[in-house]
Design a protein around this ligand. Structure first.
Ligand SMILES: *[C@@H]1O[C@H](CO)[C@@H](O)[C@H](O)[C@H]1NC(C)=O
Ligand SMILES: *[C@@H]1O[C@H](CO)[C@@H](O)[C@H](O)[C@H]1NC(C)=O
Ligand SMILES: *[C@@H]1O[C@H](CO)[C@@H](O)[C@H](O)[C@H]1NC(C)=O
Ligand SMILES: *[C@@H]1O[C@H](CO)[C@@H](O)[C@H](O)[C@H]1NC(C)=O
Ligand SMILES: *[C@@H]1O[C@H](CO)[C@@H](O)[C@H](O)[C@H]1NC(C)=O
Ligand SMILES: *[C@@H]1O[C@H](CO)[C@@H](O)[C@H](O)[C@H]1NC(C)=O
Ligand SMILES: *[C@@H]1O[C@H](CO)[C@@H](O)[C@H](O)[C@H]1NC(C)=O
Ligand SMILES: *[C@@H]1O[C@H](CO)[C@@H](O)[C@H](O)[C@H]1NC(C)=O
Ligand SMILES: *[C@@H]1O[C@H](CO)[C@@H](O)[C@H](O)[C@H]1NC(C)=O
Length: 267
C-alpha cells in the first residue's frame, strides 16, 4: 500500500516533466520556463535574472527510442544527455530585438562543478555556437516549434555531461541569445573569449565581451548520478515508437553524435 502511495506521488510529481514524451509533445509557456528557472535556483545561482520572451526547446534521444522534447527540469540519464538532436523555438518574432535577419547564439553550461553543494569550478561550457537561424521547417518533435539551423561550425562542439558518482544532482542549462550583428562575420575569440578553456566560464564576463543582451530563452535538465537509474519513459503515458514522434532523421543530420570529440570533463 505504502509503495503504491509513493509511486502515485512520484507519477504525479513527474507528470509535468514527462508531458512532452511519448505521443504528445506540448508547448511550455514562457512564464513556466521563467518559474522553473527560479524553482531550480538557476536564478540566482547562474543568472541574476531570467525573463524569456520565446520558448526554447532541445530535442534528445530518449532511453525508450523516441525522439523526445526536453522540457524544463527533466531528469535525464547520462545516455540521454549524450547529444542534443535539434533545437527549436516558438514565438520567435516576439523575442527581444529579433528581426527577420536575426541570428542566434546557443550555449549549454554545467554550473554544478564538481557538485552543486561545492561548485568551485562553476561553470563548465559544454556547448557554444552562433549563427543559428530560424528554419521554415518545423520540428517533428513539437509541430508548433520552428527548428533552429546553423550555417557554421560550433565554437565549442557539444561535450556530454559526465558527472562523477557521489556528486548528486547536476543541472545543465541551455541559453538562447539574439546574436549581435558583428558575429555574423566574426567569431568569439575576436572579442577575447579563450575558446579552448571551457572551465570557469564566467557568463557576465562573456556577455560583456560579446555585447550580449539578456537571454531571450533557455531550458535545463538534470542528471542525478546517484539516484535510481530511471529512464524518461518510466512515468506518465507513453507510446514508444509513436509514428509522429520517431522520425527526425533530418534533425539527426544537423547534430551528429560527437562522442569522438568529447573532452573528459571533471564534473
Ligand atoms: C505564442 O504566442 C501565442 C499568441 O500570443 C500564445 O497563445 C502562445 O501561448 C505562445 N506560445 C508560447 C509557447 O509561449
Ligand atoms: C522504456 O521503453 C522501452 C521501449 O518501449 C521498454 O522496453 C522499456 O521496458 C521501458 N522502460 C521502462 C523502465 O519502463
Ligand atoms: C545509468 O546506468 C549507466 C550504465 O550502468 C551508467 O553509466 C550511468 O551513469 C547511470 N546513471 C545515469 C544517471 O545515467
Ligand atoms: C510552425 O511553427 C511556427 C513557429 O512557431 C508556427 O507559427 C506555425 O503555426 C507552425 N506550423 C504548424 C503547421 O504548426
Ligand atoms: C551545426 O552544428 C552542429 C552541432 O554543433 C555541428 O556538428 C555542425 O557541423 C554545424 N553545421 C555546420 C554547417 O557547420
Ligand atoms: C558566423 O559565420 C561567419 C561566416 O561563416 C563566420 O565568419 C563567423 O565567425 C561565425 N560567427 C560565429 C559566432 O560563429
Ligand atoms: C586558454 O585556455 C587554455 C586551456 O585552459 C590555456 O592553456 C591557455 O593558456 C589559455 N590562453 C590564454 C591566452 O589565457
Ligand atoms: C564573473 O566575473 C565577474 C566580474 O569579474 C565577477 O564579479 C564574478 O564574481 C564572476 N563570477 C563567477 C561565477 O566567477
Ligand atoms: C536589445 O537592444 C538594446 C539596445 O541595443 C539592448 O540594450 C538590450 O540589451 C537588447 N536586449 C536583448 C535581449 O538583446
Amino acid at each position: 500500500m505504502g509503495v503504491y502511495t509513493v509511486l502515485l506521488a512520484a507519477v504525479i510529481l513527474q507528470a509535468r516533466f514527462t508531458l512532452a514524451h511519448g505521443d504528445a509533445a506540448e508547448s511550455v509557456s514562457v512564464s513556466d520556463f521563467k518559474a522553473d528557472f527560479i524553482s531550480a535556483q538557476i536564478v540566482p545561482d547562474v543568472l541574476a535574472a531570467f525573463n524569456p520572451s520565446v520558448a526554447f526547446y532541445a530535442g534528445f534521444a530518449s532511453a525508450d527510442g523516441d525522439e523526445a522534447l526536453l522540457t524544463p527540469g527533466m531528469a535525464l540519464t547520462v545516455a540521454e544527455a549524450a547529444a542534443p538532436i535539434e533545437f527549436s523555438v516558438e514565438n520567435i518574432s516576439k523575442g527581444t530585438n529579433v528581426t527577420d535577419t536575426s541570428r542566434f547564439i546557443v550555449y549549454m553550461i554545467g554550473p554544478d562543478v564538481p557538485s552543486r553543494a561545492t561548485p568551485t569550478s562553476r561553470n563548465v561550457r559544454h556547448y557554444l555556437a552562433g549563427n543559428f537561424t530560424v528554419s521554415s521547417s518545423n520540428s517533428t518533435i513539437l509541430a508548433t516549434a520552428a527548428k533552429l539551423t546553423n550555417s557554421s561550425t560550433a565554437t565549442n562542439e557539444y561535450s556530454a555531461p559526465t558527472p562523477k558518482s557521489g556528486t548528486g544532482v547536476h543541472r545543465y542549462v541551455y541559453l538562447l541569445y539574439t546574436q549581435p550583428k558583428k558575429f555574423d562575420t566574426t567569431d568569439f575569440a575576436s572579442v577575447g573569449l579563450n575558446v579552448s578553456n571551457r572551465m570557469n566560464f564566467n557568463l557576465s564576463t562573456f556577455r560583456t565581451q560579446a555585447g550580449l543582451g539578456p537571454a531571450i530563452g533557455g531550458t535545463y535538465f538534470t542528471i542525478n548520478i546517484d539516484g535510481a537509474n530511471t529512464t524518461s519513459n518510466t512515468t506518465g503515458s507513453t507510446k514508444p515508437g509513436a509514428a509522429s514522434m520517431t522520425k527526425v532523421s533530418g534533425a539527426l543530420a544537423l547534430m551528429p553524435l560527437l562522442g569522438g570529440l568529447l573532452l573528459a570533463f571533471v564534473l
